[in-house]
Structure formats: structure tokens, C-alpha cells
Design a protein around this ligand. Sequence first.
Ligand code: NAP
Length: 317
Amino acid sequence: MHRKVVIIGSGPAGLTAALYAARANLEPLIVRGLQPGGLITTTNEVENYPGFIESIGGYDLANTMEQQAIKFGAETLDAIITHADLSERPFTLTTDGGATVLADTVIIATGASPRKLNVPGEDALANRGVSYCATCDGFFFRGKRGVVVGGGDSALEEGLFLTRFVTELVIVHRRDSLRASAIMQERALTNPKIRFEWDSVVEEIVGEEKVTGIRVRNLKTDATKLIETDGVFPFIGHVPNSQLFAGQLATDESGYLITDHRRRTGVPGVFAAGDVVDHIYRQAVTAAGEGCQAAMEATWFLAEQEFLAKQAESVAA
Ligand code: NAP
């Protein structure tokens, strides 16, 4: 398989890149990756994507974007890229199924994954009470107790969603003030089902077959205590999915890919957009904007390469 444009990742950045590349007649291939539609699909209600007066579900938003790109000629591949050789053009991408995809340009839109607490019990009890997606798993906690960890917009938004199901929700935050936007803070602080455990960190997730509690330590008093719960939802930020390009593309100290303001990485023909680059805004709308930029740059890059090839041909003739 040889394509002019291969987009790795299918969140708002990748899908918008696909839309623009498709409308430039480049028939882009979207490699959908581990989480088709990206992280936005785990958001229940998106209230801040322009164009929707009523909120839209994250899954519906991603699905609509994908259908729009497909309508103009984008193609999808349900695969994960396990190896990328960016040393020469066309670039060589290998899928988890062992297929090889050659790409004249690559747009990296691999996003970011939820950051783990890295405490005892977290991995052992994953999917047995530990979840990183309230939208996906909230229903299973109907009539039960829940804990959310974090003080950002994700923690409060997902926590508020969980209050539809749980009898009580404790939000554990390591400081005594929240990072989340004012509107989210107001909603969470006034919700009767929510109680905050301030200045505290989770030291252990407790349970045998399933989660029964968490052990927390108060950072001001150093006191520890057990909070009984049936579910733990950590929302403490994200880690960029850039490992695939280690040693080939520059990253910052947190692993975010570095691009210039035109979404170009250090390798000509390789562009990056969305959460794998952006550790500041991380919004669906900014990711979409960056995806658009990356696709326009890829289009111009290909046109330039074509022009140079023709020029070389005519010199040789
Ligand atoms: P975030 O804003 O980076 O917040 C992460 C939270 O986790 C912070 O409160 C942080 O504490 C805490 N934290 C980080 N590492 C921790 C650790 N090891 N142990 C305990 N706590 C830890 O991440 P986010 O909430 O996922 O949001 C990411 C971006 O998406 C933000 O720009 C946000 O505004 C945006 N977002 C927007 C919406 C919306 O507008 N509807 C919804 C979701 C997300 P500190 O505060 O002490 O650093």
C-alpha cells in the first residue's frame, strides 16, 4: 500500500487532517489506532465545540468527522502502527498485522493517553473498579460509591457525569484549590453528591477481586486513611503517544513532539498535530485546527516535491 498522505490517529486532529487532505484530492489513509475517534469519544457531552448549540456526544462528534472525511475520499484502516521508519521517503509504516504502508507524507495525530497514578493495586484492579473513562463505565457504578482523582476539567466533568449513577462521590485532589474552569468548579462544588478530599494523594488502591477502597495520605498532616469505594477514576492528565517515533523526532522533556508553527517536525514530509504536540490547550477545536494546518502543509509539501521532480526530469531530458 502506497499513499500520498497517511494519517496516524483518528481523533479530531487526524480526522480534520483527513478531511482537508481528502478535499485536496489526496485520498488520505487514516490509520485509526487503538482508540478509534480518539480520547474525545470518552467524553459524554462536548459543550464547547463550535457549531453545536446543544451539546454533542464525544463519540457522535468523532463519528461525524470521520464520515465527513470519508465522504470526500478518505479511507480508514483499522490497525495500529507498531513501527515507523522515517529515515527516507517514502516513509515505511508497519501495522500490528504485519502489513507495510508506504507514505509520501505522514501526519502524526496519535494523541495522548490517560496518566496513571502508578500506585499498588492500580494495574491489578484495572477494569475491576479502576477505570479511566466515566462515560464508558459509569453505568456499572449505579447505586455504588465512587472516587475521582484530580482537580482539572476532566476530573470534574467526569465526576459530575458519575453523580448520575453513584450514591456518593469523593474527589481526591493533591492541593486545596482546583485547576478546572470556573463553570466546572461551580457545578462540582455545589453538587450535593460530591465531597472533596483536599491536599491528598492516593497511595494504594485496595481490594482483592474488585476495588473496595483507597488509601490516601494528606500532604499537609501526613495522616493516612482508608476511603471505602467501589470505583476509582483517575483523571490526572495525559501522556503523549510519541514513543513510536523515539530517536527519530524531537520531543520536549515530557515526550510531546516538537513542531514549528507550521506543524512541521524535523523530518521533511512528517507533520504532527493535536494532543501528541499540544500540552497547553488540548481541546477538540484546537486539535482540529492543527489537523487542518498539517494537512495543508502536507498538500503544499507534495506539490513542491512534484514540481522539483518535474524540474529535475526536464533538466535531465
Ligand atoms: P489537567 O488540566 O492537566 O489536570 C490534571 C489534574 O490532575 C490537575 O488537577 C493535577 O493537579 C492533577 N495531577 C496531575 N498529576 C497528578 C498526580 N501524579 N497525582 C495526583 N494528581 C495529579 O488535565 P485534564 O483535566 O485532563 O485537562 C486537560 C486539558 O483538557 C485542559 O486544558 C482542560 O481544560 C481540557 N479539558 C476541557 C474540558 C472542557 O472544557 N469541557 C473537559 C476536559 C478537559 P494540580 O492541579 O495540582 O496540577
